[in-house]
Design a protein around this ligand. Sequence first.
Ligand SMILES: NC(=O)c1ccc[n+]([C@@H]2O[C@H](COP(=O)([O-])OP(=O)(O)OC[C@H]3O[C@@H](n4cnc5c(N)ncnc54)[C@H](OP(=O)(O)O)[C@@H]3O)[C@@H](O)[C@H]2O)c1
Length: 270
Amino acid sequence: MAGRPRRGGGRVRARDAGAGRSGAAPRRAAGTGTDAPHAAAAEADPPHAVVTGASSGIGRAVTERLLAAGWRVTALSRRPAGAAGDGLRWVAADLADLDRIPAAVAGVERADAVVHAAGLQRSARLGALSAADGAAMWQVHVAAAEVLVDALVDRVPDGGRVVLVGSRTMTGVPGKSQYAATKAALTALARSWAAELVARHVTVNVVAPGPTDTPMLHDPARAATPPRLPPMGRLVSPGEVAGTVAFLLGPDARSITGQTLVVCAGTSLG
Ligand SMILES: NC(=O)c1ccc[n+]([C@@H]2O[C@H](COP(=O)([O-])OP(=O)(O)OC[C@H]3O[C@@H](n4cnc5c(N)ncnc54)[C@H](OP(=O)(O)O)[C@@H]3O)[C@@H](O)[C@H]2O)c1
């Protein structure tokens, strides 16, 4: 197969992954600056995304959106992926177990996009912080992102995409300091990686949702900080967040890198 991953100095060559019905992410050779698609042979080969957190909420919505647009998706989560489709391959993975992440994606030959949506929220105010909770969130949000993208980077073709799901809480929210800190860290990862990969036209961005209508919102573990309705008077839907991710995976976003897109129905305004 063309574009086969080569570790140890090699990387997947630039190609047009054949964006399917989504119109997502045509590939360009690094440094060409042209819009010319690559080999027609590659166009028949649907693009492939690795999506974490695919069993629920935002990750599930991203998976469904990409499958509907003709992508192939390798979905990572502990519970089975919630979506269904011919292009779906679910790999059971506990992302807190960092040593096992490379093996979980060993079967991925090419990752046109990597979307890290897995997450959990534990909340407490100063004086009642749990180091274990803080470490658990850091492990899944930040450390797993590091291991996952590090393992896959040579299999991301030139022009590929990385999206980390952050949170609009990244600037600080009472009662969510540890959660917010992990999400702030994602913006640092994204900007650093964006700079490292810019010559290859690989974009790296953060999508930072506000209160989104997913099971996380009702998790008893975050009961100390119940969600507040955004100023727009409604929660963000997982589909809206998935749509923003899909935009970042599409051709119109090929010049957006190192950025954070906040999707919060006005929550961040005041
Ligand atoms: N909902 C919101 O209001 C909101 C707002 C801002 C940001 N976010 C962020 O959006 C992302 C998705 O959250 P969500 O709202 O969709 O929550 P959700 O419905 O609870 O889904 C969380 C996902 O993360 C996965 N996950 C958690 N721990 C994992 C682990 N150790 N290993 C593998 N997968 C793990 C879960 O899969 P398994 O349990 O099957 O492993 C599940 O698929 C998170 O990063 C969250 O911080 C959510």
